[in-house]
Design a protein around this ligand. Sequence first.
Ligand code: ZN
Length: 211
Amino acid sequence: MSTDTHLAGLSGTIVHDEIVPARAPWLYHVAKGQTLRIVDLEGNQAVDFLLYSAADDAERYSAQDTVAAQGNLFLRAGTTLLSNEGRPMMTIAASAVDYHDTIGGACSCESNTLRYGHHTKWQHACVENFLEANLWEGRGKRDIVSNINFFMNVPVEADGALGIVDGISAPGLTVDLKAEMDVVVVVSNCPQINNPCNAFNPTPVRMIVAA
Ligand SMILES: [Zn+2]
């Protein structure tokens, strides 16, 4: 019997299990039919997330298509993540957190200086993580599109105003993503320390792939 609570409810054989350190990039190929579980180990850690088709990386996650198709801004259990060609890439099979964000974007050195002052220019940011991970497979700046922020809380007010507020995640909470095609997952374990998206304290996350 496994006493690893992070594996609870995950069926199949574990084919990959890795801790992504705080502030680090991550890239992994998830085959059609496999499930990627992301574990928010210490709670309130934003996991910035991009998806490409493994067969042709010109096909990639589209926030617009996903939001329009489901008629809702939030990503929840049951959401199908669609590509720019309208095809299902992954499905959120289960989520211990009520909803995830796909409109808040990814932090960058440039946006940090604009929002938080020039003294933050040296700080590592999600765009740099995306660039680093994508470079391993020959992708560049033009391949970075609107992303998903798992475990990040971006509420939308009645007047349409957005907030980046304290997270609704907690230690050990998970989200399960079932691949509907062979995909390349690119992640930035968000290094942001200037707003509450990581509770001002970036922490590790765990990536488990089951086949
Ligand atoms: Zn970030």
